[in-house]
Design a protein around this ligand. Structure first.
Ligand code: NI
Length: 254
C-alpha cells in the first residue's frame, strides 16, 4: 500500500539486477512507483519500464542539470512522448544552484518552457529545487502555476515556503533525509503540513534513508520515510501509507 512517487529505476546502478529489485518492491508492499525522468533519453527508458510493469508509471522531462542539452526540438519530443497513457507528469524539472551544471539563465528558461508544456497537456509537474528556493517561487508567480497541479520533490525548503506552495495547490514530497539526525527544518515542515498534502518518495538510487544510509536506495525503503512521518505526526504507519497513496493517485490521476 505504499506509493514511491519518485524513483529512478532506469539508473545504471540497477542494470545488474533491475528485475529482481522490482520484484522486491512488491514484496515490500510497494503498490505504485512513479519513475521520474531527467532527460530525453531517460524519458524513453521510463516509459519502457512503465510499459513492462503494471504498477510503474512514468514522467517525461529534462532536469536542470541537462537543461543545456535541450534545443528547439526538445519540447516537441517531450510532447510526443507524453501521449503514452502511462505518462502522468512532466518532470523532473526545475533549478539546481548547488551544482550549476547548466547556466542559471538556461535552467530558468527551460523550466518555464516545460511548465508551459505541462499546462498545455494538463499534466502536473515534478519540481526539483536545490538551493534555488527564491527563484523557484519567483517563476511559480511569473508562470501562474496556481492549481495546475504539482509536487516539490524531496522538499528541502522552509516552513514558510511550504505554506506558499500549499496555497498554490502543490504537494510536498518527503524523502530519505527526513530520517537523518538533526533535519530540524524538514521535521518542522512535516509536523505542520497536513498529511493530505504530503507524498513520500525514495529518489532511488539516491538519498537512502537510515538505517541503510550509504547503500544503494530502492523503492522498498520508502517505508522508512513513511515510518518517520508517522513518528513525527504521532499517527500510525498505516495511515501515512494509505493517505500518501491516495494523495499520489489524486495528483497523478492514477
Ligand atoms: Ni530525482
Amino acid at each position: 500500500m505504499l506509493f514511491d512517487t519518485h524513483a529512478h529505476l532506469d539508473d545504471g546502478r540497477f542494470d545488474e539486477d533491475r528485475q529482481q529489485v522490482i520484484e522486491q518492491c512488491k514484496a515490500e508492499g510497494v503498490e505504485l512507483i512513479l519513475n521520474a525522468a531527467s532527460n530525453l533519453h531517460t524519458s524513453i527508458k521510463s516509459i519502457a519500464l512503465a510499459k513492462e510493469h503494471d504498477f510503474i508509471y512514468a514522467s517525461v522531462g529534462v532536469h536542470p542539470h541537462d537543461a543545456k542539452s535541450m534545443d528547439s526540438k526538445s519540447i516537441d519530443v517531450l510532447r510526443d512522448l507524453s501521449l503514452n497513457p502511462k505518462v502522468k507528469a512532466i518532470g523532473e524539472i526545475g533549478l539546481d544552484y548547488h551544482y550549476d551544471f547548466s547556466p542559471r539563465e538556461v535552467q530558468k528558461q527551460r523550466f518555464m518552457e516545460q511548465i508551459d508544456l505541462a499546462k498545455q497537456l494538463k499534466l502536473p509537474i515534478i519540481v526539483h529545487d536545490r538551493e534555488s528556493h527564491g527563484d523557484i517561487m519567483e517563476i511559480f508567480k511569473k508562470m501562474d502555476v496556481k492549481n495546475m497541479g504539482g509536487v516539490l520533490h524531496s522538499f528541502s525548503g522552509s516552513l514558510e515556503m511550504a505554506r506558499e506552495c500549499l496555497k498554490l495547490g502543490f504537494y510536498l514530497s518527503i524523502s530519505g533525509p527526513i530520517t537523518f539526525k538533526n533535519n530540524v527544518k524538514t521535521i518542522e515542515v512535516v509536523k505542520e503540513i497536513p498529511l493530505e498534502m504530503l507524498l513520500i518518495e525514495t529518489d532511488s538510487p539516491y538519498l537512502t534513508p537510515v538505517p541503510y544510509r550509504g547503500q544503494r536506495n530502492y523503492p522498498g525503503y520508502v517505508r522508512y520515510v513513511a515510518e518517520k512521518i508517522a513518528e513525527i505526526k504521532g499517527i500510525s504507519f498505516e495511515e501515512v501509507a494509505k493517505k500518501t497513496l491516495e494523495n499520489g493517485k489524486r495528483l497523478f490521476d492514477i
